[in-house]
Design a protein around this ligand. Structure first.
Ligand code: HEM
Length: 419
């Protein structure tokens, strides 16, 4: 599954049909549901993401919105969702913040001869999400490496014995929680409600009670966790392909210069950069950070003539839906033009095409932010590098991804900067 997840799913689909049992890691067995119809399972309300709490040992808290259902989920998500709509992002001038952060990082990159994409992209996007939320981290790389360790919990290790992935995740979580709790106390003490964290920390529920600290901490940790490695990895893949394909680089440079820089700091303004957005969407399609979504049945569901009772764990392969030849021509090729509409404009993807962000009540809260940040970063890099007489060149062939438990750009992923 790690090296060949899409092929492994296709082979089992051909052998056993659209349903087969598979080991999700550390002996946890789930029923894999194949084909794009499986996306209905992610989107319905008869299944829940509660299994994540047990499988992602130590990574998520029991109050994090992603493991809640029904009214509890609506309440938790509702407390922040308005901030993540296109209008909410523009009202809070979020893209001005991210633009300033990205410019600082790109400026530093322009002095390098080569870029180690995994760390550089993670640092930049981590810095941006922290500033968007209003968290002031200490040493960026220390925080980021703790979040990376926290992610080890998603491997499903059933134990936290020393040296196990669960052990690293639990230790990282307590390191981070100490510091995130201090950030919550800071915004409470400063009475600052202008940033997202301040608004969350001072929020009241419908009975005018202050938001519970444990719930706040779990969602804060989730927002930072979900909001950086995903976007950063996708950007890493974009830069690998741009370095590998001079014609694409030329095209994005041309697009970057054709509009005013002001267009870069609002969601509506970013519509002026359809090719940059297409690059980001194509990278997220070919390398979806979340490759498998599991759901636990809470009310009986039927699929391909089989009935699943409450408690059954169903695993939908997002990556297979993303690579499905019935939706995308030449699905294994990096072809950003598939996201372009008529007359060089962008086109709106269907729900199925945007399945890399999930479906149903838990659909990625940061979807608009991710696409906006990705587009903004690509344009800013193309603009600044071109102005400085720089371009990207490959340091080797575009690497193959490792698919499970999540796709991130490989540690060895590097591109050269040519003067
Ligand atoms: C390329 C970037 C991203 C990808 C591919 C991605 C993907 C996903 C996926 C697959 C889910 C689970 C959806 C489901 O279960 O149906 C999810 C949930 C979530 N994502 Fe993202 N994500 C990205 C960026 C972001 C960003 C920038 C944020 C910023 C805050 C974010 C915050 C969240 C949150 C809070 C949830 C849980 C929502 C809920 O349970 O209601 N994500 N994301």
């Amino acid at each position: 599954m790690r090296k060949r997840l899409p092929d492994w799913c296709d082979e089992n689909h051909a052998k056993f049909g659209p349903l087969f049992r598979g080991n999700l890691g550390f002996g946890a067995v789930g029923v894999f549901v194949q084909g794009i119809e499986s996306l209905e399972i992610i989107g319905n309300k008869d299944t829940s993401s509660i299994d994540l709490l047990e499988r992602c040992h130590g990574t998520l808290g029991k109050n994090a919105m992603i493991v809640l259902d029904g009214p509890a989920h609506r309440k938790s998500r509702g407390a922040v969702s308005a901030n993540f709509t296109p209008g909410g992002l523009d009202r809070a001038a979020v893209l001005k913040t991210t633009s300033a952060v990205f410019d600082e990082h790109i400026e530093a990159w322009s002095k390098l001869d080569s870029m180690d994409l995994k760390d550089l992209c993670s640092d930049a996007v981590f810095d941006a999400i922290c500033r968007v939320i209003g968290v002031i981290p200490g040493e960026l790389s220390q925080w980021r490496s703790r979040f990376r360790m926290l992610l080890l919990g998603s491997m499903g290790s059933p134990t936290n014995l020393p040296g196990s992935p669960g052990w690293f995740a639990v230790r990282a979580r307590s390191w981070l929680d100490e510091r995130l709790a201090a950030e919550i106390q800071r915004v409470r003490a400063e009475g600052d409600e202008s940033c997202l964290l301040g608004a969350m920390a001072h929020g009241k529920d419908e009975d005018a009670r202050a938001v519970d600290d444990a719930a706040l901490l779990d969602n804060l940790r989730l927002l930072v966790l979900a909001g950086h490695e995903t976007t950063a990895s996708t950007l890493g893949w974009v830069f690998l392909h741009l370095a590998d394909n001079p014609a694409m680089w030329e095209r994005v440079v041309e697009e970057a210069h054709a509009s005013l820089p002001e267009q870069l700091v609002t969601v509506s303004g970013l519509a002026s950069y359809p090719f940059a957005e297409a690059l980001f969407r194509e990278a997220v399609r070919l390398y979806p950070p979340v490759t498998i979504e599991t759901r636990t049945v809470i009310r009986e569901v039927s699929f391909h003539g089989h009935r699943f009772a409450p408690g059954a764990v169903l695993a939908c392969s997002i990556v297979n839906a993303s690579l499905d030849a019935s939706i995308h021509e030449s699905p294994r090729a990096f072809l950003p033009d598939r996201w372009m509409g008529t007359e060089g404009r962008k086109r709106a993807p269907s729900k199925t095409e945007a399945c890399q962000f999930g479906g149903g009540p838990h659909y990625c809260l940061g979807y608009h932010l991710a696409v906006a940040e990705g587009t903004q970063f690509i344009v800013s890099l193309a603009r600044r590098f071109h102005a400085a007489g720089l371009h990207l060149a490959p340091a080797g062939p575009v690497p193959e991804p490792s698919y499970y438990p999540v796709i991130t750009v490989p540690k060895s992923a590097t591109v050269r900067i040519v003067r």
